[in-house]
Ligand binder design. Structure first.
Ligand code: FDP
Length: 353
């Protein structure tokens, strides 16, 4: 033990005992500790699992990761500069656009345009799809910033993305068949959760892996290898404020949850509610309501990606009856009821519908 003297005021010094050997040991272990596998290396090491031109998908994922780092930086500055609050404009669904929604849309669009791998971009923020580059092989559907109502109050928000391989030949104009694909045709999907830490979670159809953003390194580092959603759980997430307009079946399922003493958790940010249920087990439900008779959530850039991730992690996703990934989209901004989470919980909920 060493003793050092700290100045506590103009004339006062306080002796402090510092365990130097312990400090040195901790510092040495920190330095010796491996950082872990960075996202780039992980993508590269697993390229051969992917059926198409592997380098392109890797580049796409890197573009998304890079844009998410910029968005993450802006979100972290949200209280300091004028990027909170409404833009005064509306998105494709007639909802108020927040400044950060618009900013995130610009960042992801720019990254995907410059990357060159994407030929078209479907976004919650744009009425029709964006024709990016006829040479690109991939169609991306994205909700650049999900959970808008939580932006101004420092609560977790997210980005959700789906990746499809185009059907038409490269160089030809984009066709409707390139855009309106089944969720089951996704070749990759994922989300970024801007929470107490920022995480990127994705799948290319070979399980689900999660990466935590190490801000001092500017890298996503593998933190959750081969994520599995528990088959059962005790958490149910639903906006019960709308319960008056739920169907009798949904109401009875909620009674069942209460009889079972389940725990209610509803952040109101789909990505955050999904992520918690992925780790702990649980069910997220957004059913049809009087206000949203077809459900509120968007099939193409919210539900499909999460349904793919859920299934890849051993969970389940339906609209109450049908597998989400088997719903044929007729419209870019189509809505659906959404039941997603632990397999047994989703099946139990379905038995009420
Ligand atoms: P938001 O409208 O705030 O963007 O995707 C839409 C979404 O959030 C989900 O993230 C969230 O789970 C849900 O809507 C919340 O809707 P309610 O406020 O109707 O519960």
């Amino acid at each position: 033990m060493h003793s050092v003297r700290l100045k506590a005021g103009p004339n006062l010094t306080i002796p402090v005992q510092t365990p130097f050997s312990m400090t040195n040991f901790m510092e040495a272990s920190r330095i010796a500790l491996p950082i872990g596998t960075a996202l780039d290396r992980f993508i590269k090491n697993n390229q051969d699992q992917f059926q198409y031109a592997t380098g392109e998908l890797s580049q796409l994922l890197r573009d998304i990761a890079l844009a998410s780092k910029v968005v993450n930086r802006e979100i972290n500055k949200a209280g300091l500069i004028d990027i909170m609050g409404a833009m005064g404009s509306q998105n494709s669904g007639g909802e108020q656009q927040q400044k950060l929604d618009v900013l995130a849309n610009i960042r992801f669009t720019r990254a995907l345009t410059k990357g060159g791998e994407a030929c078209a971009l479907i976004s919650e923020e744009s009425e029709s799809y964006l024709d990016l580059n006829n040479q690109g092989n991939y169609v991306i559907a994205i909700d650049p910033l999900d959970g808008s109502s939580n932006i101004d109050v420092n609560v977790s928000i997210g980005t959700i993305f789906s990746v499809y391989h185009r059907k038409s030949e490269v160089g030809q104009p984009i066709q409707e068949a390139d855009i309106l694909q089944y969720g089951s045709e996704q070749v990759a999907a994922g989300y970024i959760l801007y929470g107490s830490s920022t995480m990127l979670v994705y799948t290319t159809g070979h399980g689900v892996n999660g990466f935590t953003y190490e801000s001092t390194l500017g890298e996503y580092v593998l933190s959750h290898l081969n994520m599995r959603m528990p088959e059962d759980g005790v958490i149910y997430s639903i906006n019960e404020g709308s319960a008056n307009s739920f169907s009798p079946a949904v109401k009875s399922y909620l009674e069942f949850c209460k009889d079972e003493n389940y725990t209610a958790r509803y952040i109101g940010s789909l990505v955050a509610d999904f992520h918690r249920n992925l780790l702990k087990g649980g069910i997220y439900i957004y059913p049809a309501t009087a206000k949203n008779p077809n459900g509120k959530l968007r099939l193409m850039y919210e539900c499909n990606a999460l349904a793919y991730l859920a299934e890849q992690a051993g969970g389940k996703a339906t609209d109450g009856k049908n597998r989400i990934l088997d719903i044929k989209p007729k419209d870019l901004h189509q809505r659906t009821a959404f039941y997603v989470g632990s397999k047994n919980m989703v099946e139990k909920a379905e038995s009420f519908i």
